[in-house]
Design a protein around this ligand. Structure first.
Ligand code: SME
Length: 154
């Protein structure tokens, strides 16, 4: 079942829009966005943010197991997505050279870069304990979530 089907009629996006309305603080909005994703989408074990500081992604608000706090640009899935400034979907993390293990339960992952006011500000990272959890429908949904988050913070 796709994420879009699982949340029924894409009601996640209107719910997120309402949740972020009137608040611009990037940390507060990241906390609520991570919580909404994690509690509403099935088969996830981690959902959260890393924010760019210099050449390093630093852990931000998240839901799931404790995670590594710093990832250099170009390292792991998060650092690679940030460096390329493009979404990366990893169907099987064991097949991604340099994947950083934070929770050994994670089997697939999607990382979406975030740009606020045209400048790369971090990434939204979502992990699943299922292989191949993220396809085109999930990519569209998570990229829309990231766009709503960025728009709210601008
Ligand atoms: N797996 C990520 C590290 C972050 S955790 O999954 C929360 C990576 O390879 O960048």
């Amino acid at each position: 079942m796709s994420v879009a089907a699982a949340v029924q009629d894409d009601d996640l996006l209107p719910e997120l829009r309402a949740l972020l309305a009137g608040e611009r603080d990037p940390v507060a909005n990241a906390a609520n966005t991570a919580a909404l994703i994690f509690t509403r989408l099935p088969r996830l074990n981690w959902a959260g943010f890393y924010f760019l500081q210099g050449d390093t992604l630093v852990l931000g608000p998240f839901q799931g197991q404790p995670a590594c706090t710093r990832i250099r640009l170009g390292q792991g899935v998060c650092g690679t997505a940030a460096l390329r400034n493009e979404t990366i979907i990893v169907p099987d993390v064991h097949e991604f050279p340099g994947h950083i293990v934070c929770d050994s339960a994670s089997l697939s992952e999607i990382v979406v870069p975030l740009s606020i006011a045209g400048k790369l500000s971090g990434v939204l990272d979502i992990d699943s304990p299922a292989l191949d959890r993220f396809g085109p429908a999930e990519r569209a949904l998570i990229e829309a979530v990231a766009a709503l988050y960025v728009e709210a913070c601008e």
